[in-house]
Design a protein around this ligand. Structure first.
Ligand code: ZN
Length: 81
């Protein structure tokens, strides 16, 4: 997966990731459920500080289903309409 590759910013390989998913309601508005906030795994490059977030599979499924009014397809692409 992409998160296992080198840092896209500096090419560094000194990468650290969070142990398990973290709830990140402020970063992924509207993509949680009534019971749990949206979750993501973070990868931090210790060489340059670049921080990447990878949304959980649940979160990605919800954004694809257009379940949150906070998210629009980039580039004006249609979501099936
Ligand atoms: Zn880096």
């Amino acid at each position: 997966m992409a998160k296992d590759g080198p840092c896209p910013e500096c090419g560094g390989t000194s990468l650290f990731q969070t142990a398990g998913d973290f709830e990140v309601s402020n970063l992924l508005p509207g993509l949680g459920t009534l019971w749990t906030g949206p979750k993501a795994t973070f990868v931090l490059c210790a060489d340059c500080g670049h921080l990447r977030a990878f949304a959980s599979e649940d979160v990605r499924a919800r954004v694809r289903r257009d379940e949150s009014p906070h998210w629009d397809p980039v580039g004006g692409g249609s979501d099936g309409a």
